[in-house]
Write a protein that binds this ligand. Structure first.
Ligand code: ATP
Ligand code: MN
Length: 574
C-alpha cells in the first residue's frame, strides 16, 4: 500500500516536472517570437486603452490599407489611463501621467517611417513664395505705429510677408464670399492697424464670470488687479492697463525672496517681490542661436527663457489672451538670487573656470555641474512669469491633452498613427460641448507657430466649470528649431478639420497684411527688456508657418463631404 502510494506520488512529481518544463518551453518560445519578429513590436502604438476599441482599430487599419500607406498590425493595448477628464499631474501611473519626462517602461522600437500616419515631415510643406507670391507693397505707411497704448503693428519698417500660397488665396476668397471674414461693419478697412482690428473683434467678446474669491476683493497691487480681472473667457483683458503694469513690475520691482519650485523637470525658481507678488523664473542657459539638439527628443530638450517670453507675446498677437504675463529680466545673481536663496539652493553656487558665477539647483533634468546656469560674470538673464492666483483663492484643474505625445523614445501616440482620434474625443465631455475642443485647436495652432511639442497637460480654473478658456502655460520648449515646421503640432486642427471663426479671421488678417505676422510679433517683442527676444530665423518661421496653417485647413475643408460650416465654427468666443 505504502509502496503503491509512493509510486503514485513519484509519478506525480515526474508529471509535475514535465508540466513545468513544458511551461518553461512555451515561455522561451514566446520570448523568442517576441524578440525575433520585430514587425510585431514596430507596429505597436502608444495609446489610451479607453478610447480604443477593436472595431475602431480595424476601421482605421482599413483606411490606411486602402490608402496604401501601410499594413498596421493590430496594436496591443498599452498604458494610459486617460479618459479625457482631469487627472493630477505626475500621478499618472503606467506612463500616462507625469510631465515632460521620458516615460519609463518597456519600449518597442519606433514605427517605421512608412508606417506613420499622415504626419510625415514632408507632408504639408509650403514652397517658398516665388515672384508671383511676393506681396505687393502698397500703402506702406498705413497703420504703422499701432493704435492706442503701447501696442503697435510694426517697428516702422514696412516689410511684406514673403510667403503666400494659391490654395490659401482661393480659400480666403471663399471665406470672404461667404461672409465669414466680416467682423463688424467696416471690417475690411484697408490698412487698418492689426491691433485696432483685434479691438474691433473684441467688441463681440463675452467675458463671463469673475473668480468668485475676487468678487468683492479690494486689489492694492498690480498682481491682485491681474487676478481680479481674470474672467471665465479670458485670462486678461488687453484693453485694460493692468497687464502692462504687471510686465513692468516683473522687470523692475525689488526681489525679496527666492526658492526652488518643487516638481517639474528643469530648474525653476519662485521669485517673491517686495509687494508680495510672485513670479516663476526660468534662467537663460544658452545663447539665442542655440537650437534643440538634433538627437534630443522634445522631452529632453532644454528649456529656453526666451520661448516663455515670446509665447506670451505670440498668444497676445493671436488674440487669445491665455498666457500669464511674462517679461525678461537681467538679474544680479549675487544680490538677487544667492543672497536670498535657501541653503539647499545656495550650496549649488560655484565659480566656473572662466570666472563666472554659476549654479545648478536640484531637479530631475540637467541639475548638475555638467549643466550649470552661469552669469556673465554674475549678470543672468531670465524669464519671469506672473503667478496665477494662489490655489486657495482659485483652484485649478489639470487635464491631460488628448493629443499628448508619447514621451517615449520608442513609441508613437495613437493620433500619430490613426486619424480618428477627434471622432472619439468630440463625443466625450468636456469636448462634446462648449468651447473646449476649439480651444484645443487654438492651442495646437499656437504650438505649431512656435514648434512646441511639449504639451502634455493643460489647466483650467475650476470655478469656471468646463465652458472656460484653457490657460496656456509652460512654453519653455518652444522656438527650438527655426528651420523645421513640425506639422504634427497641427494634428488637432487637421484631424478635427475645424477652427474657431474668430481665430481664422485673425490668421487671415495676418496673412493678408499689410504687415507680416513676423513684423507684428517682432514689434511686440521689442518692448521687452531683453530684446531681441527671438533671432530672425524664428520670426521668419512665423510667416512661413502661418501659410501652412491656412493651407492645411484649406485642404481639409476641400475634402469631399465637408461644408464650410463644419470647418469654420462660430461659437461666440472672441
Ligand atoms: N504662472 C504660473 N502661476 C502658477 N503656477 C504656475 C505658473 N506657471 C506654471 N505653474 C505651475 O508650475 C508647473 C510647472 O511649470 P512648467 O510647466 O512651466 O515647468 P516644467 O518644468 O516644464 O514642468 P513639467 O516638467 O511638469 O512640465 C505648471 O504645470 C503649473 O502647474
Ligand atoms: Mn514642461
Amino acid at each position: 500500500m505504502t509502496l503503491a502510494l509512493k509510486m503514485v506520488s513519484r509519478r506525480c512529481v515526474r508529471w509535475r516536472t514535465l508540466a513545468v518544463s513544458l511551461l518553461a518551453g512555451i515561455l522561451v518560445l514566446n520570448v523568442f517570437i517576441f524578440v525575433t519578429l520585430p514587425t510585431n513590436r514596430q507596429n505597436e502604438v502608444y495609446m489610451d486603452n479607453d478610447i480604443f476599441s477593436a472595431a475602431a482599430a480595424a476601421a482605421s487599419r482599413q483606411r490606411y490599407d486602402s490608402r496604401g500607406i501601410s499594413h498596421l498590425q493590430f496594436p496591443r493595448k498599452r498604458l494610459n489611463k486617460s479618459n479625457f477628464t482631469s487627472d493630477s499631474r505626475g500621478g499618472g501611473g503606467g506612463g500616462g501621467g507625469g510631465g515632460g519626462v521620458e516615460d519609463v517602461g518597456d519600449h518597442p522600437p519606433l514605427l517605421l517611417q512608412e508606417q506613420r500616419g499622415r504626419f510625415d515631415p514632408k507632408v504639408g510643406q509650403v514652397e517658398h513664395a516665388g515672384a508671383s507670391t511676393q506681396r505687393q507693397a502698397e500703402g506702406q505707411n498705413n497703420g504703422v505705429g499701432g493704435g492706442k497704448g503701447t501696442n503697435s503693428d510694426t517697428s516702422g519698417s514696412a516689410q511684406r510677408a514673403n510667403f503666400t500660397d494659391p490654395t490659401v488665396d482661393a480659400f480666403v476668397k471663399t471665406l470672404e464670399d461667404n461672409g465669414l471674414l466680416d467682423v463688424l461693419p467696416g471690417s475690411s478697412l484697408e490698412g487698418e492697424n492689426y491691433w485696432d482690428f483685434l479691438k474691433r473683434q473684441r467688441l463681440q467678446r463675452k467675458a463671463g464670470m469673475q473668480l468668485p474669491a475676487y468678487k468683492n476683493y479690494k486689489s492694492t497691487t498690480n498682481w491682485e488687479r491681474f487676478h481680479t480681472g481674470i474672467r471665465q473667457h479670458f485670462l486678461y483683458d488687453p484693453d485694460k492697463p493692468v497687464v502692462d503694469a504687471v510686465l513692468s513690475d516683473l522687470t523692475k520691482r525689488n526681489i525679496i525672496d527666492v526658492e526652488q519650485k518643487e516638481g517639474g523637470t528643469q530648474i525653476k525658481l519662485i521669485i517673491t517681490y517686495d509687494d508680495e507678488g510672485q513670479a516663476l523664473f526660468k534662467p537663460m542657459r544658452y545663447p539665442r542661436e542655440t537650437e534643440t539638439l538634433p538627437d534630443h527628443f522634445y522631452f529632453a530638450d532644454y528649456e529656453r527663457h526666451i520661448a516663455e517670453i515670446a509665447a506670451f507675446h505670440l498668444d497676445r498677437v493671436l488674440g487669445f489672451n491665455r498666457v500669464p504675463p511674462v517679461a525678461g529680466r537681467k538679474l544680479n545673481m549675487t544680490h538677487d538670487i544667492r543672497r536670498l536663496a535657501e541653503s539647499k539652493l545656495a550650496r549649488t553656487f560655484f565659480i566656473s573656470p572662466a570666472g563666472n558665477l554659476c549654479f545648478h539647483g536640484s531637479c530631475s533634468y540637467y541639475c548638475d555641474s555638467g549643466h550649470p546656469i552661469c552669469g556673465h560674470p554674475d549678470m543672468l538673464e531670465a524669464s519671469m512669469m506672473a503667478f496665477l492666483p494662489p490655489e486657495k483663492m482659485a483652484h485649478r484643474q489639470t487635464w491631460r491633452n488628448p493629443w499628448k505625445r508619447s514621451y517615449s523614445k520608442h513609441r508613437k501616440a495613437y493620433w500619430e498613427v490613426y486619424d480618428d482620434l477627434c471622432e472619439k474625443v468630440k463625443k466625450r465631455a468636456p469636448y462634446n460641448k462648449g468651447r473646449r475642443l476649439l480651444d484645443i485647436v487654438d492651442m495646437s495652432v499656437m504650438d505649431f507657430m512656435m514648434g512646441n511639442l511639449d504639451r502634455h497637460h493643460y489647466e483650467t480654473f475650476r470655478a469656471f466649470g468646463n465652458d472656460s478658456f484653457i490657460i496656456h502655460l509652460d512654453h519653455g520648449r518652444g522656438f527650438g528649431k527655426a528651420h523645421q515646421d513640425e506639422m504634427s503640432c497641427l494634428a488637432p486642427m487637421l484631424q478635427c478639420c475645424r477652427l474657431r471663426r474668430s481665430t481664422l479671421q485673425r490668421l487671415v488678417r495676418l496673412y493678408r497684411g499689410p504687415y507680416p505676422f513676423s513684423v507684428i510679433v517682432r514689434t511686440a517683442l521689442s518692448r521687452d527688456s531683453v530684446n531681441p527676444v527671438l533671432i530672425e530665423p524664428h520670426l521668419e518661421a512665423l510667416d512661413r508657418r502661418l501659410v501652412k496653417v491656412l493651407r492645411v485647413l484649406a485642404e481639409c475643408a476641400g475634402e469631399e463631404g465637408r461644408t464650410l460650416g463644419d470647418v469654420v465654427v462660430d461659437d461666440g468666443v472672441y
